[in-house]
Design a protein around this ligand. Sequence first.
Ligand SMILES: Cc1cc2nc3c(=O)[nH]c(=O)nc-3n(C[C@H](O)[C@H](O)[C@H](O)COP(=O)(O)O)c2cc1C
Length: 442
Amino acid sequence: MTRQLHFNLFLHDTGHHEASWRLPESDPNANLSLAAHQHLTRVAEDAKFDSVFLADSPVLWSDPGRRPAGKLEPTLLLAALAATTSRIGLIATASTSYNEPYNLARRFASLDHLSGGRAGWNIVTTAGEAAARNFGLADQPLHKTRYERADEFLEVSTKLWDSWTDDAIVADKESGVHAVRDRVRDIGHHGAHFQVRGALNVPRSPQGWPLLVQAGSSDNGREFAARWAEAIFVANPTLAESQEFYADIKRRAVAAGRDPGHVVVLPGIVPVIGDSPAEALELEAELERLISPEYAVGTLATVLGVDVGRLRLDEPLPADLPAEDEIEGHKSRRTLIVEWARRDNLTVRQLIGKLGGGRGHRTFTGTPVQVADTIQHYFENGAADGFNIMPAVLPSGIEAFAAKVVPILQERGLFRTEYTGRTLREHYGLPRPANTLELING
Ligand SMILES: Cc1cc2nc3c(=O)[nH]c(=O)nc-3n(C[C@H](O)[C@H](O)[C@H](O)COP(=O)(O)O)c2cc1C
């Protein structure tokens, strides 16, 4: 079969534009509404998307004075969405820095059972000292340490998911044997960060492991992704950056002994769709007008690692910003933003306008055909295996994308017209992981 695109919908209450909640059409409490999330997920499933995704951090992420900042816990919300959908994949973010493997492995195995094999885990290490302060730490662990812990976290989690063989449960009422005892094993893990005996209290799930997704693109992040990730979310504002990332991650996957086809690269795109180019530009301008610069400048200062007083709205970024290796937060996002501002000679106000839509992701404003052409161009020029769709405004943005862009791509043979698989891994064309316990035992 010819290669086809993969689409994930990044769920984000009223949309990815930070001012979207202020539009007349928006429900400012959509972040807390099951019905709103059900609607978005249904639209994506009707359009045959591979998955929906929820971001997360164990911290009050944005200024509650300025935008809807409340966030429901993602695996709980996805469990509720599993009940009203049947095919679409359900990906939740969870932090390896502020969880223990046993709890999290259990939660994702549970979601995989409840959804019939549709669970995915976006593995993040969580940047920022605010989160650290919620867990009794004065400061965040170092970037390198966070990734070392993430590595061991995955080692433990995969052992736990494999602690039951696929054929462990026989449920033989006659003999009274429910599971064959030696097909359920302790894992006996002793490492630098974790001591875990096992076994997990959830039998092996339909996918074996949830789909492993990753979203950090610093050097440490890329190495981690090359070892573990089966799908990668990435923010690239230009085609050239997407091509560089795509080639680099596939090369690293090969170096790690993996099939590069089993690492699906999904750059983010923020489509702002209008029936005419003028209509699309009008929506974009309206959103920019609604941004609160005083709030946005604070967020920008945090990512750049500078005092907010050093950023002047109508001047370029200061020349002497901390370098990527001097900050312990979102390294790759910091670099992306600084390079963008310098390349396009942007003032802080202009930069905020650009980041308001996608926080560094590729924003694309245009007609359905122009959006479809851009997606096809990336897909056919070594920049993407699919896209993380991040509409500026929800639900209208995904409704427009599903009704107007998806049919164009289906007509071109670039996107499925029906689901052919049942599980999330099958949608992404990925194999089910073998059980390492079974391999060891022959
Ligand atoms: C599409 C996308 C979604 C992300 N979602 C989250 C998230 O939900 N929680 C989080 O802590 N970080 C999230 N990140 C950020 C990264 O996981 C990572 O923390 C950040 O890029 C810093 O890692 P790095 O220094 O390796 O780049 C996301 C990144 C991308 C591109």
